[in-house]
Design a protein around this ligand. Structure first.
Ligand code: NAD
Ligand code: UGA
Length: 465
């Protein structure tokens, strides 16, 4: 079966870039990305490519090439579903904030709404592809809904989780380590798997297209994120021991990373991992384990999150204790708010928690981030509900000039590893700060000797004082 029309429900961080790359690489397939969020679709259709709703290096050029040719963004969900032979579901699957599983389980209401809409609209057989990250066995719930429409339409459900990382989404999509496709093992299922494999085969080598059963595919996605996050928590746990013992976590990372069994990637100690998925997916895994009565398994993975919370907490505690046990009325400059460099995404960013802790201590915070807009920063704080919006706006200011951000500050906290921070004139920054001038480098970004030579009191995560 040759696919000619693809629809993707959900034009977010995954749906937008993923479909843009499919459209670029498969000019003969019409790809329509739909969303109920009109503002988001309008932004994807904006003439000015600087206004795309997702910032990713290289994405603007791909959208410019394919949009209007075979890539379309629309709010007409029913129409796109009706036209497509293959439908990707790429909607959000946040942690539940109510009811059973609150704070742990994935909230599947958006997925279910999509399934019901597909069931209502479809007149011909379709392949449904789970692109969102889902608990293992979700495909059976989707199938249940689709198979009970009574309209004689046959559906195949595939799991095709996405492994892209933000900031490198285009690169990851153009040359993925692997593409994972899970489906039924009966002849119809295998045919559906091959139809999707054919789409990817336009640019991904066959040996990187992995076919599995649907449950393995769903569970592999949660497993991959759990393993990645676990590496960060493991190295962050070591960073605290390094600080106490005079070891340097960067040297430790290098030393262990050269062991080919361990590997060098994902061993960078930080102020804590953020992003929309690591925490959500591990909580989901913990919930699944508990629901099968696997309490030891649940406890094991929960530690990854507890360690991450601890890493954020001890970073802000250290700022307070170093600044003579009070930051009340002191200006703390934040460099970075995004959860990692090269993205405008701030979901679960460590900076939010650090800011909240320091605001509780009545610090006056000024934030600069090269890509995050002021309203996003206030929205992140407001979402916590710790204090009134007015108080947040009084205590925290957002600047668009890094030098002004640091002027008169008692301390600087580096919370995102933006490359440009390394190129700043740190002597000039030092001259205009309160003395002693402190830098708390939560990303291990700057050179200790250079900063200390200028006169800073410099704290780098994971290095002994
Ligand atoms: P997102 O919030 O950026 O985008 C989801 C979009 O779906 C939103 O624009 C929302 O309006 C839309 N939507 C929700 N319900 C809808 C409906 N019924 N009809 C039409 N549109 C609807 O989320 P995201 O970051 O793109 O993540 C999507 C999924 O992909 C999640 O399951 C996530 O875990 C997974 N994932 C994310 C990443 C990442 O880097 N962000 C990477 C891999 C996997
Ligand atoms: C992560 C995974 O890397 C992707 O494979 C996955 O598709 C995605 O989650 C998802 O499912 O959403 P992402 O969250 O975009 O991607 O970014 P990462 O590069 O994984 O970084 C996550 C967090 O860990 C960031 O805050 C980053 O600063 C931190 N990190 C990462 C470290 O602190 N140290 C490291 O060595 C690596």
């Amino acid at each position: 079966m040759k696919i000619k029309n693809i629809c993707c429900i959900g034009a977010g961080y995954v749906g937008g870039p993923t479909m843009a790359v499919i459209a670029k690489q498969c000019p003969n397939i019409k790809v329509t990305v739909v969303d109920i969020n009109e503002a988001r679709i309008a932004a994807w259709n904006d003439e000015n490519l600087d206004n795309l709703p997702v910032f990713e290096p290289g994405l603007d050029a791909i959208v410019a090439e394919a949009r209007g040719r075979n890539l379309f963004f629309s709010t007409e969900v029913d129409k796109a579903i009706d036209e497509a032979e293959m439908i990707f579901i790429s909607v959000n699957t946040p942690t539940k904030t109510y009811g059973k599983g609150k704070g742990m389980a994935a909230d599947l209401k958006y997925i279910e709404l999509c399934a019901r809409q597909i069931a209502r609209v479809s007149k011909q057989d379709k392949i449904i592809v789970e692109k969102s990250t889902l608990p293992v066995r979700t495909a059976s719930a989707i199938k249940d809904i689709l198979d009970n429409t009574g309209n004689d339409v046959a559906f195949q459900i595939l799991s095709n989780p996405e492994f892209l990382a933000e900031g490198t989404a285009v690169e990851d999509l153009l040359s993925p380590d692997r593409v994972l496709i899970g489906g039924d093992t009966n002849p119809e299922g295998l045919k559906a798997i091959e139809a999707l494999a054919d789409v990817y085969a336009n640019w991904v080598p066959q040996d990187r297209i992995l076919r599995t059963n649907v449950w393995s595919s769903e569970l592999s996605k949660l497993t991959a994120n759990a393993f990645l996050a676990q590496r960060v928590s493991s190295i962050n746990a070591m960073s605290e021991i390094c600080e106490k013992t005079g070891a340097d976590v960067n040297e430790v990372s290098k030393a262990i990373g050269m062991d080919s069994r361990i590997g060098a990637k994902f061993l960078k100690s930080s102020v804590g991992f953020g992003g929309s998925c690591f925490q959500k997916d591990i909580l989901n895994l913990v919930y699944i384990a508990k629901s099968y009565g696997l309490n030891e398994v649940a406890d094991y993975w929960e530690q990854v999150i507890l360690m991450n919370e601890h890493q954020k907490q001890r970073f802000s505690d250290n700022i307070v204790s170093t600044l003579y046990n009070t930051v009340s009325g002191k200006k703390i400059a934040f460099l970075g708010w995004a959860f990692k460099k090269d993205t405008n995404d701030t979901r679960e960013s460590a900076a939010i928690k650090i800011a909240d802790n320091l605001l509780n201590e009545q610090a006056e915070i000024t934030v600069f981030d090269p890509k995050v807009v002021e309203e996003r920063i206030y929205a992140d704080l407001e979402y916590l509900n710790t204090r009134s919006n007015e108080e947040n706006r009084n205590l925290l200011k957002v600047e668009n000039d890094p030098y002004k951000t640091c002027e008169n500050a008692h301390a600087i906290a580096i919370l995102t590893e933006w490359d440009e921070f390394k190129t700043y004139d740190w002597k000039q920054i030092f001259n205009k700060m309160q003395k002693p001038a402190f830098v708390f480098d939560g990303r291990g970004l700057l050179d200790k000797e250079t900063l200390e030579d200028i006169g800073f009191v410099y704290y780098k995560i994971g290095t002994g004082q």
